[in-house]
Write a protein that binds this ligand. Structure first.
Ligand SMILES: Cc1cc2nc3c(=O)[nH]c(=O)nc-3n(C[C@H](O)[C@H](O)[C@H](O)COP(=O)(O)OP(=O)(O)OC[C@H]3O[C@@H](n4cnc5c(N)ncnc54)[C@H](O)[C@@H]3O)c2cc1C
Length: 354
C-alpha cells in the first residue's frame, strides 16, 4: 500500500461542518487516486467498515464515533480543456466553480458557495438556485467496490434525481475518484437564470442570461444572507445546509395535505407547490417547518434552528449529535402532527438514525 497519512482514535468532529461526532478507530488521508483505491481495497479485504469523508458538510456522525476506517479524500486535480472539466474528488467544490467562472464558462455558476468536495457532488446530485450537477456531469469515474475495479459511469447510469443518485442508493459500493463536466461557452454569460429569487435580485426575467460572474456573486450574496456560506465565526453555518429535503407528494397525498393546510391555516392558505414529474408535487420543507411553529432561531439548547434559515439545524458551539437529533426529531414530529407529512433528512447519518 502506498503511504497515506494515518491516525488512530482520531476525532472526526473537526472534519465536519457540524463539528459533531466521536472518533474513528483509524483515519486515513489519501492524496492520490492510487492511495484511495489501496485504502478501500485494504478495508474491503479485511472486512473493515469504511467511511468516506470529503468536506464533511453533509455528515451527521454519532457521538460514539465510527468503528472502522475513515478515509478522507484529499486528491487534487482541476483540468479544463475548452468546455470540458475534470475534477479530482478532493477538489474544493466552490473554488472549482470560481475557476470555471473566471474562465468565462457557464453551467455551475449558481452552485457557488456549496461547501464540500467535488467528489461528493454526484452523491446527492447537489443543487441550488436553479442548477443541479446532473445537468452538466457527463461521466463519473469511481472505484466499484463490488467489482473491485475502477469504472466510468455515464450520466444516464448515475440515476440522478432530486437530491439522489445511484451513489446514494448504493452507499457502500462506489468511491468517486473523478467527475467530468461539460460546461457552456456563452461568451462569458451565465446559463439562463432559472430561479425566481435570483432573477428578481438580478432584475431580469427568468430565462435571461447575465454575466456568469454576476450570477455567481449574486448567489453568494443570497446564500450568505441565509447562513449558507461557511463562516467559522457564525454558528448559523455550523450545519449541513438544509437538514431536510423538500417532500415530494403523490396527487393523493397532496390532496390530503392541502386539506390539512386549510384546516390548520384557513381556507385561503396555500402551501408552496411545484410540479415534480407525472402525478407528483414538491412542497417546501422550510414552509412546513415554519408553519408548524418552528421559526428561525427555534430551540433553547445547544442545537437550534438557524437564525437565518428555517431549514438549517445548527450547533451553537456546545452541542452533541444527540442534541441535534433530539431537535431534528422534534421538528419531524411537529410537522407530521400539523400536516401529516414526514420530513426526511438530507445529510447522511453515520452510526445514528433520525
Ligand atoms: C452551509 C451549507 C450549505 C449547503 N448548501 C447546499 C446546497 O445549496 N445544495 C446542496 O445540494 N447541498 C448543500 N449542502 C450540503 C453539502 O455541502 C453537499 O451535499 C456537499 O456535496 C457535500 O460534500 P462533502 O465533500 O462535504 O461530503 P461529505 O459530507 O464528506 O460526505 C457526504 C456523503 O458523501 C459521501 N462521499 C463523500 N465523498 C465521496 C466520494 N469521493 N466517493 C463516494 N462517496 C463520497 C460520504 O461518505 C457521505 O455519505 C450544504 C452544506 C452546508 C454546511
Amino acid at each position: 500500500m502506498e503511504r497515506v497519512q494515518e491516525l488512530h482514535d482520531a476525532p472526526l468532529a473537526p472534519l465536519t461542518t457540524f463539528r459533531l461526532g466521536g472518533p474513528a478507530t483509524r483515519l486515513l488521508t489519501a492524496t492520490t487516486d492510487a492511495e484511495v483505491i489501496d485504502a478501500v481495497r485494504e478495508a474491503d479485504a479485511t472486512g473493515t467498515p469504511l467511511l468516506i469523508i470529503g468536506g464533511g458538510s453533509n455528515l451527521v456522525i454519532g457521538d460514539a464515533g465510527f468503528t472502522g476506517t475513515a478515509l478522507r479524500i484529499a486528491t487534487k486535480g482541476f483540468e479544463l480543456d475548452g468546455t470540458r472539466l475534470e475534477l479530482a474528488a478532493g477538489e474544493v467544490w466552490t473554488d472549482a466553480v470560481a475557476r470555471t467562472v473566471e474562465a468565462g464558462l457557464a453551467g455551475i455558476e449558481c452552485l457557488a458557495g456549496i461547501p464540500g468536495s467535488a467528489g461528493a457532488t454526484p452523491i446527492q446530485n447537489v443543487g441550488a438556485y436553479g442548477q443541479e450537477v446532473s445537468a452538466t456531469i457527463t461521466e463519473v469515474i469511481a472505484y466499484d467496490r463490488a467489482a473491485g475495479e475502477t469504472v466510468t459511469l455515464a450520466n444516464a447510469e448515475c440515476a440522478f434525481s432530486y437530491r439522489h443518485s445511484r451513489f446514494k442508493a448504493e452507499p457502500d459500493r462506489y468511491v468517486v475518484l473523478r467527475v467530468r463536466f461539460e460546461l457552456e461557452d456563452a461568451g462569458g454569460l451565465s446559463a439562463p437564470v432559472k430561479y425566481p429569487e435570483t432573477a428578481r435580485t438580478l432584475g431580469v426575467e427568468a430565462g435571461d442570461r447575465v454575466p456568469a460572474a454576476t450570477a455567481r456573486e449574486t448567489v453568494l450574496k443570497l446564500r450568505a444572507g441565509k447562513g449558507m456560506v461557511l463562516d467559522p465565526e457564525d454558528h448559523d453555518t455550523w450545519s449541513a445546509g438544509s437538514f431536510f429535503t423538500n417532500p415530494i407528494l403523490t396527487d393523493e397525498e397532496f390532496a390530503a395535505f392541502h386539506a390539512r393546510v386549510a384546516e390548520r391555516l384557513g381556507p385561503d392558505a396555500k402551501a408552496p407547490a411545484f410540479p415534480a414529474g407525472e402525478g407528483l408535487t414538491k412542497t417546501s420543507a422550510a414552509w412546513l417547518i415554519d408553519k408548524a411553529g418552528f421559526t428561525k432561531g427555534y430551540g433553547s439548547g445547544p442545537a437550534r434552528i438557524s437564525t437565518k434559515h428555517t431549514l438549517a439545524l445548527t450547533n451553537r458551539g456546545e452541542a452533541t449529535t444527540e442534541d441535534l437529533l433530539t431537535l431534528a426529531r422534534e421538528v419531524v414530529a411537529g410537522v407530521r402532527d400539523a400536516f401529516g407529512v414526514t420530513l426526511v433528512n438530507e445529510p447522511v447519518t453515520v452510526g445514528v438514525r433520525l
